[in-house]
Ligand binder design. Structure first.
Ligand code: NDP
Ligand code: 8X3
Length: 255
């Protein structure tokens, strides 16, 4: 295959979905992953019929090590030549202090945001090392730079993403493999709906009174990062809405 191959984890919604659209539009061949199979299939059909790109979908739960390994290892050899890995799948579950938070929420966040990212990076970085080329982009968060009350474990997982990426940047240096973290502030996706377990009103409150980032803003940032020349690596980007100055400081207008 002449076109570059990008694998996006969590392509069924939000940032991953918009990144799939933009990369397909720019003729990347894509491996799209997520748990919602129907969404993956309809995205594949729509991208392949609209753009000059080939798509493979892998339907697995990134929290499960064996399922993740089996799915990735099932790729045909030519599709294992992944040029770009976008570690995007992730979630926040709940918003509660350590003394009363739901332990299952912690496990969900740690298993997805940290362990899932590691399972995927472990396998794909080994393929990149064989080819002495590649680029791993991980979606961190403002929560990877700051901690906020009631978000201890989500913030902890995103701090871990930052720490793991910094170490991988150095580990993969001898092989010419690029490593980037992108840390967004508030992005209007399904993120808050997931965090508040489908409570639409509560999720909508998060983005009320200011203009949040869109998933397309992050997709465009990813496209910028992957289109730099071979000698340039963007190590790290913090991207915020103009109306957000820190994890907790917003310039919100009442409506
Ligand atoms: P969405 O909820 O819109 O999308 C999350 C994606 O992750 C979905 O495609 C979902 O797929 C996938 N995913 C979640 N859990 C799993 C799992 N167990 N196995 C496989 N895939 C999974 O959220 P965003 O697009 O906003 O989030 C993308 C990333 O951006 C996350 O890492 C998030 O932490 C980060 N982020 C988000 C910000 C925001 O404000 N929205 C800000 C900063 C960072 P499916 O459910 O089909 O499995
Ligand atoms: C998502 C942004 O501020 O809710 O990572 O943690 S925040």
């Amino acid at each position: 295959m002449n076109q570059k191959i990008a694998l996006i984890t969590g392509a069924t919604a939000g940032i991953g979905y918009e990144t799939a659209l933009l990369l397909a539009q720019n003729n990347y061949n894509l491996i799209l992953t997520g748990r919602r199979k129907e969404r993956l299939e309809s995205l594949r059909k729509s991208l392949e019929s609209t753009f000059d790109c080939k798509i493979i979908t892998l339907n697995f739960d990134i929290r499960l090590k064996t399922e993740t390994e089996q799915a990735l290892n099932s790729l045909p050899d030519e599709w294992k030549q992944i040029d770009i890995l976008i570690n995007n799948a992730g979630l926040a579950a709940g918003l509660a202090p350590v003394n009363s938070a739901d332990v299952n929420d912690w496990e969900d966040m740690i298993d997805t945001n940290v362990k899932g990212l590691l399972y995927t990076s472990r396998i794909i970085s080994s393929w990149m090392i064989e080819r002495q080329t590649g680029h791993i982009i991980s979606i961190s968060s403002i929560a990877g730079r700051e901690s906020y009350p009631n978000g201890s474990v989500y913030c902890g997982t995103k701090h871990a993403v930052e720490a793991i990426s910094r170490a991988m940047r150095i580990e993969l240096l001898p092989y010419g493999i690029k490593v980037t973290t992108i840390a967004p502030g508030a992005v209007d996706t399904e993120f808050s709906l997931v965090r508040f377990r489908g409570d639409k009103d509560r999720a909508a409150q998060v983005y009320k009174g200011f203009t949040p980032l869109s998933a397309k803003d992050i997709a465009e940032t990813i496209l910028f990062v992957v289109t730099r020349p071979p000698h340039v690596n963007i190590d790290d980007i913090l991207i915020m809405p103009t109306s957000q100055g820190s994890a907790r400081d917003f310039n919100k207008k009442s409506e």
